[in-house]
Design a protein around this ligand. Structure first.
Ligand code: SF4
Length: 317
């Protein structure tokens, strides 16, 4: 059963088999935090690219706090979930306040509860940074760990509380950072959602679900939402598009793009076509309307989302 999950077998496997990821070569909590925030919703292969750009430009919280949020968004473009970039910038500013102002004098706080008070840091990120950077004995819970737990314990639909209780019970407190990473690595590379490699699993002896791993956990039924928008794609005489910065709320908050919304006036414009874009739980359909404007903006000078790039590509300019 799960309580007998072998620490030594999993840690030995992790030492031998872990992927060589750049943030695994640093003990700098800021750089580890950047990797964890990026990996929340960006695949590892793409996350590497963005992480390298971020640590190069913003090697410390102070370097980000000194920059405009637009520059962070610009670096983030294409990674999606842009609110993460905005919250990260807010976090850097808060961390760089003096202690009397409620900040941390430019260094990330040293414990999971303090990390949890920062913008954009949830229980997972706080536990990951505190355990990996500081060795704090706190358990992480993410989708990979939930899947390993469900299979090890033969649970169809474990609640967050149950997964947390399991993660705390199996935590190897003497090296919580490696332990948490090992469990997540197991879920990402061996105990995968569709093709679990039970024959190569270092902890198969304690796994109650290994004869039918695909039954656990039961897939969640997520209902996809459809979002229909309109967008005006206007170009100036030099072929530069009209680009505006979006407000602070919504899926593309703070990013730049052609004017877009659900009630945009398209009178007098020419219909171009529809751009489809998929986010995790949302299908977006954007009707694109073409026209002219007095003065456009060079797209490379502002932060554009993948959706906006698709719209501009449809305009063909
Ligand atoms: S034995 Fe199979 S199902 Fe169980 S933890 Fe290992 S890979 Fe996952």
């Amino acid at each position: 059963m799960s309580e007998h999950l072998s620490h030594s077998a999993l840690l030995a496997w992790y030492a031998e088999s872990k992927r060589d990821l750049p943030w695994r070569h640093t003990d700098d909590p800021w750089k580890i935090l950047l990797s964890e925030i990026l990996l929340q919703q960006t695949q590892v292969s793409r996350g590497i690219h963005y992480w390298q750009k971020l640590v190069e430009r913003f090697p410390t919280p102070q370097s980000m706090a000194d920059a405009e949020v637009d520059e962070v968004l610009h670096l983030w473009q294409g990674a999606g979930y842009y609110s993460r970039a905005r919250r990260l910038h807010a976090l850097s500013i808060q961390v760089c306040l003096s202690i009397t102002e409620g900040g941390y004098d430019g260094s990330l706080p040293l414990t999971a509860p303090e990390l949890l008070t920062l913008p954009g840091v949830g229980p997972y990120t706080a536990a990951a940074v505190a355990s990996i950077a500081y060795g704090e004995p706190v358990a992480c819970v993410d989708g990979n760990i939930r899947r390993v737990m469900a299979r090890q314990s033969k649970r169809l639909d474990p609640s967050l509380k149950e997964v947390e209780a399991w993660a705390n019970k199996v935590l190897y407190r003497d090296d919580a950072g490696d332990w948490n990473q090992a469990l997540m690595e197991l879920g990402a590379t061996v105990c995968t959602p569709k093709r679990p490699l039970c024959g190569q699993c270092p902890v198969s002896s304690s796994c109650a679900g290994k004869s039918s791993p695909l039954l656990f956990p039961q897939p969640k039924k997520t209902k996809r939402k459809r979002l229909d928008l309109k967008c005006t794609l206007r170009f100036d005489a030099n072929g530069l598009p009209e680009l505006v910065q979006r407000g602070d709320d919504g899926i593309l908050a703070g990013m730049w793009g052609p004017p877009m919304g659900d009630a945009i006036d398209v009178t007098g414009l020419e219909y171009v076509g529809i751009v489809e874009h998929t986010l995790s739980h949302r299908d977006i359909f954007v009707e694109v309307w073409h026209g002219s404007c007095p003065r456009g903006t060079e797209p490379s000078t502002v932060a554009l989302s993948s959706l906006d790039r698709k719209i501009l590509a449809l305009g063909g300019e």
